[in-house]
Design a protein around this ligand. Structure first.
Ligand code: PEP
Ligand code: MN
Length: 340
């Protein structure tokens, strides 16, 4: 249930309302989003007409919800959330933003070569690369960390691109946010609730990847965790879920992606690279993802895929990427979108 507070509601009435909820042992979040203030309770709570009557001076509206995720839904906000990063990079409009780059930052030469190719050849506006890599093996390359972020800063200054990079936990969230235009929460972190809470305090867009073990409901609840912290700039990302099929790395859940567009006002990005995990299959899957009419695509590209230190099998070569982009453009055009 979402209780919308009136602008200029008497503070003592708001306090009485909050005390009434506490007295009834109803957990709630005091949420300020885009200048409006709400008290949000579990959707299963039936409400308290007497309390609402007594506190009417503070209440503009009381809205019940059928689902436990609430703030991310079109029932709460019918219109798309629009996230404008400047320079034509707008999520939630008619653009499909192509975000590309290597999985991990490995060296200055590697990221500069990747960025040079992507920007000079294709005018890519958002460059991806991870400095903090949440690897499944403790013995795998864990990322270049702060040194990597500094290389991303060089990429940003040299090529004028926006940066999306991953945060692994809240100990380095502030430093990642300093270097990132979009902070990425990876599939393995979707259930990391203290990180989600910290992302709620950020004033930066957060790309939230669906855990490969999560239902849509759990993804949307994770989005609500961030929004309930006061950050409305959440981008959802479908990147494949684990099914009984191990040959492709994961299974891109396109049906759920289509459903997310209906349920949620948040921008939606698809990641064909992690979903399929095999470079030769990334272009056809990226094409099908573009055909869904999504707000963005996240594609891994490496100057020398055979040498990639992370996600080698799925990294596109420059030649593979070059063959893909014109096709994506044509497909986006066919679904009334512009590839940027
Ligand atoms: C990534 O984008 O490099 C990444 C680690 O993605 P995911 O969290 O989807 O595995
Ligand atoms: Mn990767």
């Amino acid at each position: 249930m979402i209780i919308t507070l009136r602008a200029g509601a008497p503070p003592e009435t708001v306090a009485s309302l909050a005390q009434g909820l506490d007295a009834a042992e109803v957990p709630f979040r005091d949420v300020t989003l885009a200048g409006s203030r709400y008290l949000v309770t579990s959707a299963s709570w039936q409400g308290a007409p007497d309390l609402f009557r007594a506190c009417a001076a503070a209440i503009e509206a009381v809205r019940p919800f059928a689902t436990e995720y609430q703030l991310c839904t079109r029932a709460f906000q019918p219109a798309n959330t629009v996230i404008d990063l400047g320079d034509g990079v707008v999520f939630g409009g008619t653009a499909t933003i192509l975000m590309a780059g290597p999985c991990a930052i490995e060296s200055e030469d590697q990221v500069m070569r990747a960025a040079e190719h992507l920007v000079r050849t294709w005018g890519i506006k958002v460059f991806r690369a991870g400095a903090f890599k949440p690897r499944t093996s403790p013995y795998a390359f864990q990322g270049a960390e702060l040194q990597g972020l500094k290389l991303l800063d060089k990429v940003r200054r040299t090529f004028g691109v926006k940066i999306i990079t991953e945060v692994k936990d809240e100990t380095h969230l502030d430093v990642v946010a300093e270097y990132a235009d979009i902070v990425q929460v990876g599939t393995k972190s979707m259930y990391h609730f203290t990180l989600l809470a910290a992302c709620g305090r950020l004033r930066k867009p957060v790309l939230l990847k669906r855990s490969f073990m999560a239902t849509l409901k759990e993804l949307l609840q994770a989005a609500d965790f961030i929004m309930a912290g006061g950050n409305p700039q959440v981008i959802l990302c479908e990147r494949g879920i684990r099914t009984f099929e191990p040959t492709t790395r994961f299974s891109l859940d396109v049906g759920s992606a289509a459903l997310l567009r209906e349920i949620s006002h948040l921008p939606l990005v698809l990641d064909p690279s992690h979903a399929v995990g095999i470079a030769s299959l990334v272009p056809p899957v990226a094409q099908s993802a573009a055909a869904l009419g999504v707000d963005g695509l996240l594609v891994e590209v490496h100057p020398n895929p055979a040498q990639a230190r992370c996600d080698r099998d799925q990294a596109l070569s420059f030649a593979q990427f070059d063959a893909l982009v014109p096709r994506l453009r044509a497909i986006c055009g066919a679904v009334d979108r512009t590839l940027i």
